[in-house]
Design a protein around this ligand. Structure first.
Ligand SMILES: [Zn+2]
Length: 219
């Protein structure tokens, strides 16, 4: 799952307007931000398998530190402590950042084949929606749009008039996902994958930072 993770960012932003949308965009992808470099340095493992699913061409063999449910909880607690005691953002903001990190596992479980461990080894979880490209695409976009509309509903534009920036941004996310699913050729080069993943995650978080400024909470 890629842009589907931002559904969790929008939903948590709707719940806690004091949290930064950009920070939530990073938090929902936090374990993937670690995963690709971890693979690059041999800490975790990914194997290229042609047509592994209808959506991707790699199998995640071993990724206990980033995609174990227990490690996700540990990362979430770590972020909570960091946001309360180091960044002084308060417990409520720290909680949604922690939940954003944890959400990654639960959103991944929808699409991944049964490869998500509790920590390492069996049992492993994943409903395998990636085996049906169109269904995976629709679910990912539906999640995103549903959460985005909820966010729109709980916030209002800073300036009067239609809030173009947000609609352009959400359209951009959908287009990026479309290209990813249907247009761009799959890469089987880990350097390429790592760079494109990290650039996308930080670029989208940067854009989220700007659109976040265009809306404020209704309450
Ligand atoms: Zn992931």
């Amino acid at each position: 799952m890629f842009v589907g993770h931002y559904a969790a960012a929008y939903a948590l932003k709707a719940k806690q307007p004091n949290a930064s949308l950009a920070v939530l965009f990073i938090a929902v992808q936090f374990v993937d931000i670690l995963f690709f470099p971890f693979v690059l340095f041999g800490v975790e493992k990914l194997e290229f398998v042609e047509n592994y699913t209808e959506v991707n061409n790699f199998q995640m063999d071993y990724y206990p530190f980033t995609h174990g449910l227990i490690s996700s909880v540990v990362w979430a607690i770590f972020a909570y402590v960091l946001f309360v005691f180091v960044f002084n953002k308060g417990k409520k903001v720290a909680l949604v950042v922690a939940l954003a990190i944890l959400s990654h596992w639960f959103i991944d479980v929808i699409v991944h084949t049964a490869d998500l461990p509790l920590l390492s080894g069996d049992p492993k979880f994943g409903f395998g929606l990636w085996n049906n490209k169109n269904a995976a695409f629709i679910v990912e976009i539906a999640l995103l749009i549903f959460a985005y509309l909820w966010y729109l509903n709980t916030t209002k534009a800073v300036k009067n008039g239609i809030n173009f920036a947000n609609w352009i941004f959400i359209t951009f996310l959908i287009v990026v996902n479309y290209l990813n699913f249907y247009v761009l050729p799959p890469s089987n080069n880990i350097n390429e994958l790592t760079i494109s993943a990290l650039v996308s995650f930080f670029l989208l978080a940067g854009l989220a930072y700007f659109v976040d400024k265009t809306r404020v909470s209704k309450v």
